[in-house]
Design a protein around this ligand. Structure first.
Ligand code: GAP
Length: 460
């Protein structure tokens, strides 16, 4: 596997996350629960700020764009209509020697080193490739496969009020359907005219065949999905614009242009006109960051057919009635958080030869905006006064333990853009030093100027 930067590896990111309170292994005291991760105090701030940035860009700042929050558990007919019950599955093969399970398309992609595009292959062709090239099990090295079987990705649970009588319900595998079933509710209550967008951030669940790589592919994750309802004739233009907006957003939360690329899909769903991923160059190589999909009027038509309720939009000018086309932009909040962590990570050699690990987060998404650090413990009363002013405006950290140098290093490792130090001069003239994380330069400011200074610096 290729490395993104010489000093970033997934192991370093996982260790930093665990040791600094970004992300811990799920259910750790019970030896964990594979591919589940819990966000700690710093990680939850980071992920919330990423979600806030996304909401600001795609709902707050985008004209004609609205937010929703539909339930995770929905009427099972939703998943019938969407096709998930029938077709949401991956081709899996089990190694009969070591009992490990793999996705057949991944085996082909990895064996061919990406020269064969497995996404466009049928199961018969995948199996033929694996047999012809004697593709071995990546775990034990044997060539001893079961035939390909489709592996269902939706988690099932059950609901029943009478003992013994239970109905199957599903944990949603995407947030999109919650938006589709509410399309006319939103249109009616907002009086929006086409084109308009409806978005949702929320948990989704998938029983992945091969979860792994930390936050990249998990069984429970958060999605941020933006659906634009439009006329068919304007849909390809909106699709192209959505691709650009998605790429710009990824750059604006700190991902470098050279680590981002478009990947157009070769195999399209029968109803789709176009689909594209944006990929990010993680330390393990290029992986999908988000998807942009032209979904035609398929989902709304399916819901109309199964529910028997019209999903048509009435054009107030022409009086024409039709089912709109949908252009979707879908991104995982956890997968984006992982990309942001990988991109921000840096190891710098200082003049004295020491190495400092620093997370260069864009200030708006940094977990804490300011750390308040009294130079000595007997300055803590004044420091807490400053903290109480700043924490009304920003998430702040406070640390009075250890040498000031060590405290700066700790704040660098969690990416705090500004450290405010209270020293003896503060008691005399109400000024403090403020240190910039990236340049390590310090300036002196009046306490009264701090809120304005930081507000301007973190604006996004
Ligand atoms: N509604 C369309 C949809 O769900 P998708 O490409 O299956 O499309 C969208 O998922 C995004 O959700 C992906 O690009 C990825 O960022 C995120 N995602 C999907 N499965 C994931 C998983 N198992 N773990 C973490 N993130 C995932």
């Amino acid at each position: 596997m290729e490395e993104k930067k010489s000093n970033v590896t997934m192991d370093k990111i996982v260790n930093l996350c665990k040791n600094r309170g970004f992300v811990y292994p799920g259910s750790e005291i019970y030896n964990g629960f594979a591919n589940t991760w819990d966000f700690g105090p710093v990680g939850v701030e980071l992920k919330n700020n990423i979600k806030r940035a996304w909401w600001k860009r795609f709902i707050q700042e985008e004209p004609n764009s609205f937010g929703t929050d539909a339930d995770i558990l929905m009427n099972p007919n939703v998943w019938q209509a969407s096709g998930h019950v029938q077709a949401f599955s991956d081709p899996k093969m089990d190694c009969k020697s070591c009992k490990q399970r793999f996705r057949a398309d991944n085996l082909v992609e990895e064996h061919s080193k990406g020269t064969v595009s497995a996404e466009a292959m049928s199961n018969e062709n995948l199996e033929a490739y694996i047999n012809e090239h004697k593709v071995k099990c990546p775990h034990c090295g044997n060539f001893n496969w079961t035939p390909i079987r489709q592996f269902k990705l939706m988690f099932e649970t059950s609901r029943g009020t009478i003992d013994g009588e239970k109905d199957v319900v599903y944990l949603r595998p995407e947030t999109a359907q919650g938006v589709y079933v509410n399309f006319l509710n939103v249109q009616r209550t907002t009086r929006a005219k086409l084109p308009f967008s409806v978005s949702q951030i929320g948990k989704s669940f998938r029983n992945e065949v091969t979860p792994g790589n930390f936050l990249l592919r998990t069984i429970e994750f958060e999605q941020m999905e933006h659906q634009t309802f439009c006329r068919e004739e304007e849909s390809m233009q909106i699709y192209e614009q959505t691709k650009e907006k998605a790429l710009q957003f990824a750059k604006d939360v700190g991902l470098k242009a050279e680590n981002l690329r478009y990947h157009d899909h070769e195999k399209l769903a029968f109803y789709a006109k176009a689909a594209c991923d944006i990929q990010y160059k993680y330390p393990i190589g290029w992986e999908e960051l988000n998807g942009i999909h032209h979904r035609s009027s398929y989902d709304l038509t399916q819901h109309q057919n199964l529910s028997g309720k019209s999903m048509a939009y009435l054009d107030p000018v022409t009086n024409e009635k039709f089912i709109p086309t949908v252009v979707e932009y879908a991104i995982g909040a956890d997968r984006l958080t992982l990309a942001v962590l990988c991109e921000a990570y840096d190891e710098e050699t200082l003049e004295n030869g020491e190495t400092r690990v620093v997370m260069h987060f864009v200030p708006f998404i940094a977990p804490y905006k300011v750390a308040v650090l009294p130079l000595q413990k007997n300055l803590s009363e004044k420091a807490k006064e400053v903290l109480s002013t700043l924490s009304k405006h920003f998430m702040c950290d406070y640390d009075e333990a250890g040498s000031i140098g060590k405290r700066y290093r700790r704040e660098d490792e969690i990416g705090t853009p500004y450290c405010v130090t209270i020293d003896f001069q503060t008691l005399e003239d109400n000024t403090v030093t403020i240190r910039d994380r990236d340049t390590m330069e310090q300036i002196r400011l009046k306490i009264d100027e701090l809120v304005g200074y930081v507000t301007e610096k973190i604006f996004w």
